[in-house]
Structure formats: structure tokens, C-alpha cells
Ligand binder design. Structure first.
Ligand code: NDP
Length: 264
């Protein structure tokens, strides 16, 4: 299938490792030009150079913390300067949490709200004018199965991802009038560095290794019995970015090895 993505322009937040990197590479392999953003500048520059060499597309990087409004303003200005127009926005940057509601202070809630919700609000609002210039576009919000089916140790993550999913639905209704398709992807267990960090911490509490924790978690929760790879998930993101997914609007798609335990 020709995905008709060659020559399009995309911004991928958190595009330097894990799911964001796999999506960035998936898009680059279809001929999409990229801006990647993340906080760790060294890793950002390394990945920009590597993807450029490997796929022969234009790849740019901007250091930005998307939980901070000023950094987002800089990122928007950078995309405008580099591309003038934009076709694809992947709101991906995010991370898990670990707390109880009884003990978590306000500033922890505020941080995750800014990272998971306001980043998507600010980037969508700031970049939709560039999509209108391109006569349309695609915004994908990387939420989580936890937006629907919470994990017990991370109430702030669950809550802010649920808010992101609702934002995504509201934006979809508004944006489609400008030929901008907005959808949400809810991944299940995808083996990325973020999970390895979490498994190290939670495994220690149970007296088992990170690998043992990950295996136990996958077998206990997913009918498929294993973690997915970032590449398995990225292929779905890339399809949703394509004009071949032209009737996909305002939906939430699960890529979770069967983990969601209700009929949607
Ligand atoms: P990783 O930790 O592997 O990668 C996160 C990426 O986001 C990195 O590039 C990181 O770069 C960047 N990032 C993190 N915080 C910020 C920030 N404040 N500003 C800018 N960039 C940031 O995470 P995953 O790939 O596992 O997760 C990616 C997304 O997918 C997250 O939103 C997560 O909630 C979601 N998800 C993941 C699942 C999984 O099983 N892995 C399941 C469901 C959802 P840097 O540190 O340099 O900023």
C-alpha cells in the first residue's frame, strides 16, 4: 500500500527514544521530513543525525521541555521557521508516575497536567495554523490504556491521560472543519526505556529483577502474554498519519495485545 506520505512534514514530541523514536523512524522511512523535540540535547542531536543519514529526509531537532509554555512557543516558532507548513503533529512526550492520592502534593499534579494535557493543547493551538496552510493535517495524541483502565500505582498518570483523551475528542470535532484529523492512540505494554526504569523500581520493591517484573506483568495482564515493541505500535501511528486513513476521525484506538478488559 502506498501511504502517500512522502514529502509531508511532521513534529514528533519525545521523538528521541522509545515510542516517539519508532514513530519518527516509521515516518522517515515513508519520506516524511521531521522536527523532533526532547529535553536531552545530546541524544536529540545524535538521533537527528542518525535518522537523516539512514532515511535521507530532512530531520531537525529542537531542545524543548513540553511541560513549559515558553519552550513550546520556541518549538512552534522553530517549526514555522523550518517548514512554514505542517502536516503531522505527534503529541507523544510523557511518562509514568508513582504515588498515592493521599500523599501527592499539588505541584506533582500540575507537572503531569502540563506534560500530558497542556503540551497537547498548546502545540495543537499553535500549530494548527500551519496545518491550515497545508490545507489540512493529522494530530495524533499518544494517550494510554490507563486512560480507560487505570494502573493502581499511578493515579496522576491515569487521570491526566484520561484528560488528554477527552481533549483529543473535543479537538477532533473542532479541527475536522479545517480538514485536520485528530485521533488518540492508547498503547498497552510497549517495551521502552521508560518501562525498564519503572520495572527496576517496582521490581526492587518485590525483590525481583526488572526483566522478571516485566515478564510477570505481561503474562498476568495481556492475553498475548508479552510486551509489544515500539515498532509494532509505530506502524499503526504511521498508518493513521496517512491519507489512507482519511475516514478515521475523533477515535481512540487500542494497541494493547488484548489487555483492555471491556468491549469498547
Ligand atoms: P520514553 O521514556 O521511552 O520516551 C519518552 C520521550 O519523551 C523521550 O524522547 C523523552 O526525551 C521525551 N520527553 C519526556 N518528557 C519530556 C518533556 N517534558 N519535554 C519534552 N520531551 C520529553 O517513553 P515511552 O516511549 O515509553 O512513552 C512515550 C509516550 O507513550 C508517553 O506519553 C507514554 O505515556 C505513552 N505510553 C507508553 C506506554 C508504554 O508501555 N511504553 C504505554 C502507554 C502509553 P527527554 O528525556 O530527552 O526529554
Amino acid at each position: 500500500m502506498d501511504l502517500q506520505l512522502a514529502g509531508k512534514r511532521a513534529l514528533v514530541t519525545g521523538g528521541t527514544v522509545g515510542i516517539g523514536l519508532a514513530v519518527a523512524e516509521g515516518l522517515a522511512s515513508e519520506g516524511v521530513h521531521l522536527v523532533l523535540c526532547a529535553r536531552n540535547e545530546e541524544r536529540l542531536l545524535e538521533e537527528v543525525e542518525r535518522i537523516k543519514q539512514q532515511h535521507g529526509v530532512e530531520v531537525n531537532g529542537i531542545r524543548a521541555d513540553v511541560s513549559i509554555a515558553e519552550d513550546i512557543d520556541h518549538a512552534i516558532a522553530y517549526v514555522k521557521d523550518k517548514f512554514g507548513k505542517l502536516d503531522i503533529l505527534i503529541n507523544n512526550a510523557g511518562t509514568g508516575s508513582n504515588e498515592t492520592i493521599a500523599n501527592a502534593p499539588d505541584d506533582r499534579w500540575q507537572y503531569y497536567w502540563d506534560l500530558h494535557v497542556m503540551a497537547a493543547v498548546r502545540l495543537s493551538r499553535g500549530l494548527m495554523p500551519l496545518m491550515k496552510k497545508a490545507n489540512g493535517g493529522v494530530i495524533l495524541n499518544n494517550s494510554s490504556i490507563c486512560a480507560k483502565q487505570p494502573l493502581g500505582y499511578e493515579p496522576i498518570y491515569n487521570t491526566t491521560k484520561a484528560a488528554l483523551s477527552m481533549f483529543s475528542k473535543c479537538l477532533a470535532n473542532e479541527a475536522i472543519t479545517h480538514n485536520i484529523r485528530v485521533n488518540t492512540v492508547n498503547p498497552g505494554l510497549i517495551l521502552t526505556p521508560d518501562w525498564k526504569k519503572t520495572a527496576t523500581a517496582l521490581g526492587k520493591e518485590e525483590g525481583i529483577t526488572a526483566d522478571e517484573y516485566l515478564d510477570k506483568l505481561a503474562k498476568a495482564n495481556t492475553p498475548i502474554g508479552r510486551f509489544g515493541t515500539p515498532e509494532e505500535l509505530a506502524r499503526f501511528f504511521v498508518f493513521l498519519c496517512s491519507p489512507m486513513a482519511s475516514y478515521c476521525v475523533g477515535s481512540t484506538y487500542y494497541v494493547d495485545g488484548g489487555w483492555l478488559n471491556v468491549v469498547e
